[in-house]
Design a protein around this ligand. Sequence first.
Ligand code: APR
Ligand code: ZN
Length: 359
Amino acid sequence: MQMQSSRPDVFVLRREVRVRLTATGVCHTDAYTLSGKDPEGAFPCVLGHEGAGVVESVGDGVESVVVGDHVVLLYIPECRNCKFCKSGKTNLCGAIRATQGKGVMPDGTGRLTDKASGKSLLHFMGTSTFCEYAVLPEISVAKVDTAAPLTSLCLLGCGIPTGVGAVRNTCKVEAGATVAVFGLGGVGLSVVQGAVLAGASRIIGVDIDSGKFANALTFGATECVNPKDYGSRPIQEVLVEMTDGGLDYTFEAIGRTETMRSALEAAHKGWGMSCIIGVAGAGEMIQTRPFQLVTGRRWVGTAYGGTKGRTEVPQLVQEYMDGGLKIDEYITKKYPLEDINQAFKDMHDGKLIRGVIVY
Ligand code: APR
Ligand code: ZN
């Protein structure tokens, strides 16, 4: 059955929910696809993937949410039924991967129409949050506490769980560990926050923009270094010297293959673990000497911080409500949707931890 809604051009089918967005973050991944360099990017589409809102209608067979529920939109769903979900070893649910990648709903059709031309638009990352309404499969929304401010919660759709989860889920950083974070944007700051919450003893921020250090220290970094202050000396050498042999955990939150290598080589011989979070350009390759791995360093990677969205996002909301998790501190500026181009410009100019579009 097709549910009619107040806007006839957006409807929900079986096991789908329609969400009225209240806010969305603006992220570099949106800018990357917009730039045309993303080989998977398909147009015309509605970008945006860091959103939260209110369930406004539901299709037949929807069991986990009802109209009025508050939800965070998930670009990685959690079906709890596929090989990936059942493994318990990964958050990379495979249930709708193929259709989501093509910009359509699981039945192969789209739910977004350009009113002016009447042409259908593709979905992006299964979410398309730069629009007042989004239609998603039920498995792509996390139901959260209605007492939490929805404008802030949008950041749980990407940046914050990515960094915090890399620390908790992917690396399982233990109390007392030493950590280095390459890149101190919104994702890197979330790694810093995760490391603080894990009880890390030393958290070294690394960034070529010293203007990022103040925020990093506020979030709990214990010290910051700028590779530019060391001339041609590789930064991994500097870090290894500073830490008597390297760090227990390093995180790359930039998306550059050279810094991925530096992060790996700054990890301690025998046990150091280095986690790739940043997304490198399509087709780029990482390199290091295999000896680095033979001698006990481990190179890992993570998407959305290994976060199983429907299970863990509500827990993160609870942590935020209890005062344990910072979210509001990331929001540098709020914009109405018509100023979205300014938000992208401010992001490119490095002015924002996060810019948030409020509907
Ligand atoms: N060495 C150290 N720091 C660097 C370098 C470098 N060579 N190049 C850039 N940086 C710093 C920038 O100065 C900036 O502070 O990395 C930081 C990156 O932060 P943002 O651009 O704000 O990016 P963020 O939103 O945090 O995302 C980081 O994660 O999700 C991915 O696609 C995203 O790859 C990106 C990464
Ligand atoms: Zn699954």
